[in-house]
Design a protein around this ligand. Sequence first.
Ligand SMILES: [Zn+2]
Length: 581
Amino acid sequence: MIGLNLSDSEDPREERIKHTCDILLSSFGLKNLLLREKPPDRKITPLVIHYGDLSLSGIWLNYVSAGGIIIAILDSYAPVIKSQSRSTPRDEVNIKDLSTESYGGYYVNRNGRRVPFYFDSVSLRDDSGSHLYFLEDGVTPVASMKKEGEGVFIKLGLDIIRSTSFLLFEKHELIEGEKDDAKFSCNEYAFLLRELMAQGCQQLGIPLVRICAWPSNKPFAVCLCHDVDWISNWRLRLFEIKKQIFRSMQLGRERKFRKAISDFLTGLLFSPKRTDMRTSIKNTITFERSLGFNSTFFFFGNTRARSFLSGDRSYVTAREASLLEHLSNLSIEIGLHGSYASYIDGPMLAAEKKALEFSGIPARGIRQHCQRFDAGETWKAQEFAGFEYDATRMDCAFCFPFEVFHSKKNPEKGRIVEIPLSLMDESMTRYPNPSILIDKRRKFLEEAKKLTDAVNSYSGVLVPLWHPFEKYRGCLSGYHEILRFISTFSPYVTTCSGLLDWWQRRSSVLVHCQRQDNGAFAVKLCATEDISNLCFAIGNLKETSRISGPLKPRLDNRPGDVYFEIATLKKGEEVLMEIGL
Ligand SMILES: [Zn+2]
């Protein structure tokens, strides 16, 4: 357990700061405990995150010099809080804050990668501790570490907590240009925090226990998603012709007449040969099954008359209900693909959910059509309709599921979990013209492979979205190629619901690592829900460390780390290990 202390004991953002801190810690399975002005017992809580300014008051300095570790993280908003009266309501992330003058910049991580951060930073050039991390200029230190008495005092001059909260819970459109850079930024902040914790613990010879992200320590997780916007091929064809006319007219206006005609003809000639949608869906599943994948199908939820931008009323007729049953019998998950206008309309989403569940199959998750999303409204509407997770956002900068915090209107903790989307087929399948398609296909596959490598390096979750039919020739074989590549890593394969269940069970695990009077460490794991194949790692070990307990180490140990797997940890049971020095 890690302590969290806020400079301002009456900080109105308290709950949100704790929640954001928990999200960062969740990537290695730890939690924080909010402290109330008083330092904790060092034996039980040897490490405290202090969020505020980078100086400590007397009692906290005593905690450090007596043998505790404090990581002080800069709160870039603290000066604003201080200057405002407590009675004024505050909208924490002020849009003006993100104008260029206070947009943070980049710091350099351990692997030399530039990582963006937002809001102001503080240089630790004059700090007497050893410098750990630098801004991209290579000379401005932003993290330092110093031994104080028996303990360690670490300072971080980057506001990784507010940056995380901003990237996950605020609209991201303002910094469109930075979007590609921002990918995985929150994972980088979590890594940075873990590194600082590891360095502090290493100084004092404290082992660091962390929970592996996935069952049996699989390298990463994969949830395949499909949007089913259309069931009827002829309706889809009409829609495509309409869309193609607009596209060709646009090309014509740009005087690209040849392209306009070739696009139009390719589209027109290809779609009649297309396999019907039910068969396409079944073929997709057969292929996925052959590689051991399972998937989630989001069915379009139009309860109103169709418009140009909407899809089929795909599940309303009895025939579609039997398709849903067929899929459900195959353990395929069914979710709702919310209609175009539904993203800010709770009652509309509730009606669409009810219509989809008409056949008796529950829809726990939702993906909004056309990536329609408003961070202030959409999660609320989805919670109103009773969904447990959303899988719409591709701009979260994080590759782990996280529980939502409504930060703008009625700031409060929500119930819905966001499962961030990693990639979608749209950028490849938009081009009917084969010569463009070939080129786009190649680029897309390269990007998909790079993305898989990145998710693998963060042990995160990869969530690809694919429309389960051959839009143009070559699209489906592209999908197959991506799946073959992913399966070479032997990842943890599940549906979105399966992922949610796993993540919630894993979040119920508590880790305690306590120093005994004889100098040894007692490690205790317990959970409030049953969980199987839970893996954990004990890191920061010395060569002389001996671990005893009911579990045998796994074979995939890395230097300094020893891995264990618990076949089943029952609710309320405890696993005890001892680390002797
Ligand atoms: Zn759609």
